[in-house]
Design a protein. Structure first.
Length: 394
């Protein structure tokens, strides 16, 4: 059998597109495909200069890659949406340099699905253990305080936990179609009061003379993506230093290319021409999943955000037979519009024994508190649900 060789790659362009995507195996999360990650690099949205140094670990057998861990060397914690200031503060108190840290996630995208990816017929358990050992050795030799895997794929979680990763549970939102076939079915799940509220909110947008059109495929081009970027840019600017404007215009233009645009859905809110919108949101689709990512508006119109970011995407998803919709990070207001609370998991490795011994007992307590919080949130929903499966152990 050929010897396994580990290599660190400082750019995804060092790996052939077909080799990377073969390992990803066209799985249901487009945020880890070569095209998406390369667009982040090529557009300058992700780079060492702005604190995201690509550092992908690939295991090669002869000339063929058999496993990949998408990783980045981070000099800050922005763009992760898992807020680890408590860890950074502890490191400071202990006199430990918290940054740089090693991070596994799809940059700037708080979407569940991180894992190590393996070629078919490879032993995932053995490769996971091997890669964790390589990561540990690299981190210790280079003085890194931690390695962190965010929004992990639940099917991979047990493999990683078996290598002594610590679990941290956080909260996110998801909409599930369940037995809904159309928007009327969706409304039928709500109690009468909230059903009236949603109808009233949608009517207010209609009464303002606004329609919403879904733009896909041939309707997606460089010009429409430039418009979307302008909305994104202006929306971020409204939040000042907290605006989180990470993505360049050229990244949005990359999404208009043939290999990317088939996964894009733009929801254009307009009075006449859909290509002259008052507001717009950008979603990513793949198979039975929709992800809400960015939005912006030229005008302050009551309930327009809910229409463009929630109601129209849900209606479109039901028409397309899509059964799940991740609306993005934050926002307890999502609960009243059909989204349930669910747990997401991040996994962590600390290389200072003091940090490790202090944080792990703390995590056991806060994980239990988070699961209780999710349960309480879902007990107060104004609609009927099938209970989400929470992380089984804490």
């Amino acid at each position: 059998m050929e010897k396994l060789i580990a290599r660190w790659h400082k750019s995804i362009t060092e790996i052939h597109e077909d080799d990377w995507n073969h390992l990803i195996n066209n799985q249901s999360n487009p945020f880890y495909r070569w095209e998406w990650l390369c667009a982040l690099e090529r557009s300058g949205s992700i780079s060492a200069r702005n604190g995201w140094q690509p550092l992908h670990l690939i295991i090669w057998r002869d000339k063929y890659p058999v496993a990949v861990a998408p990783l980045y060397l981070k000099s800050h914690s922005y763009g992760e949406f898992i807020f680890d200031q408590v860890f950074a503060n502890l490191a400071s108190q202990l006199g430990i340099n918290y940054y740089p840290k090693l991070l596994g996630m799809s940059p700037l995208s708080p979407v569940e699905g991180y894992r190590f990816f393996y070629a078919p017929n490879e032993n995932a358990e053995e490769l996971t253990a091997l890669m964790m050992n390589i990561i540990d050795q690299f981190s210790i030799e280079n003085g890194l305080a931690s390695c962190n895997f965010l929004y992990v794929d639940q099917t991979w979680c047990s493999l990683a936990e078996a290598t002594n990763c610590a679990k941290w549970i956080n909260q996110s939102s998801i909409w599930r179609a369940e037995d809904s076939k159309n928007f009327s079915d969706y409304l039928g799940r709500f109690n009468s009061n909230q059903r009236r509220n949603i109808k009233r909110e949608r009517k207010a947008v209609k009464d303002a003379g606004i329609n919403v059109t879904a733009l896909t495929n041939d309707s997606i081009n460089k010009e429409t993506m430039q418009i979307m970027h302008k909305f994104y840019e202006e929306h971020c600017a409204r939040w000042g230093v907290w605006g989180s404007k990470y993505l360049s215009e050229s990244f949005f233009e990359e999404l208009a290319k043939p290999e990317q645009k088939n996964q894009i859905v733009l929801f254009s809110a307009h009075r006449e021409n859909p290509e002259d919108p008052l507001a717009m949101s950008l979603c990513i689709k793949h198979q039975d999943m929709l992800w809400g990512r960015y939005w912006g508006s030229k005008a302050e119109i009551d309930y327009l955000h809910f229409e463009v970011c929630y109601y129209s995407p849900i209606s479109w998803a039901l028409e397309q037979g899509i059964s799940r919709f991740d609306p993005g990070a934050g926002g307890s207001h999502k609960r009243r519009r059909g989204f349930i609370a669910q747990s997401n998991t991040s996994l962590h490795r600390w290389y200072d024994k003091r940090m490790d011994s202090l944080i792990k007992p703390w995590l056991e307590k806060v994980n239990k508190m988070m699961l209780d919080e999710i349960e309480a949130a879902n007990n107060e929903l104004p609609f009927k649900i099938e209970r989400p499966k929470l992380s089984s152990t804490v």
